[in-house]
Design a protein. Sequence first.
Length: 287
Amino acid sequence: MERENQAYAKINLSLEVLGKRADGFHDLVSVMQTVSLCDDLTFAPAEEVTFTCSQAELTGPSNLVVRAANRLRQVCGVSAGCAIHLEKHIPHAAGLGGGSSDAAATLRSLVKLWALTVPKGTLYRLASQLGSDVPFFLQQGTALVEGRGERVTPLPDPPTRWYLLAKPPIQVPTAEIFARLQRAAWSDGSRTHALASHLRQGGAVQFGPNSLQDALFSAYPLAQDCFERVSQVSEGRAAVSGSGPTIVAWFPSQDEARRAAERLEDNQFALFVASSVASHREKPSCA
Ligand code: C5P
């Protein structure tokens, strides 16, 4: 039996960095949201763990999918394998969490395929060892994310919003943006906590600050150019997703998001229109 799984991208509605930790990572407070742009994974029973990918440069043992499968196999003492194939649609090194989402989808699918009983705490610990954003993708939907990324508190699903995602033709390593971050960009997390309270009370989605924005724009002026263009077509409702370079804007309807995308089509940006994806509802098909 073959299993299929969709691994959704995320956007950050708000992201505040509180400070640097002794282990070199940063403490942050973020509101994250899964969106319908997604990668497709298939899992088929096999004797060994094997991995193929539609993008040859992402194939190899260092891919988070392979590391997730091997870690789960080791931790749970599994002798079976799995033939995994990844069809990549989420741009790589774009601030959309694609690799982390693939890893979380792998953990979820293999727990089912191998019929494992894994305590939730063990699965979340394993996820956070793979990458800071992986625990969020086990949860999905809208969530408040704290610590290095390992503390994930679900928020109620806001009404569906439509997003335009615009990615400049550059790849931005997350580690580089964190390394460039100035202390002056640190904040106390209060604006992100205020957004989380607003969403808990049934408020509509809006964007908070992103502490990584200035570090991104000074290293990659094309990301700032993209931000300004997306702001123009969204009445200023634009934000950087994660460490960028993807810029995201929200729209009340799919039509409005599509019309905004059409106004940007003469640019060099890769454009995607996607809806928010809730955690506990039936998932839509990919954007
Ligand atoms: O955890 P992940 O491998 O996704 O993080 C990539 C890089 O981003 C880390 O090596 C670190 O430099 C930086 N990072 C950070 N603080 C976080 C998350 C990521 O400094 N909370």
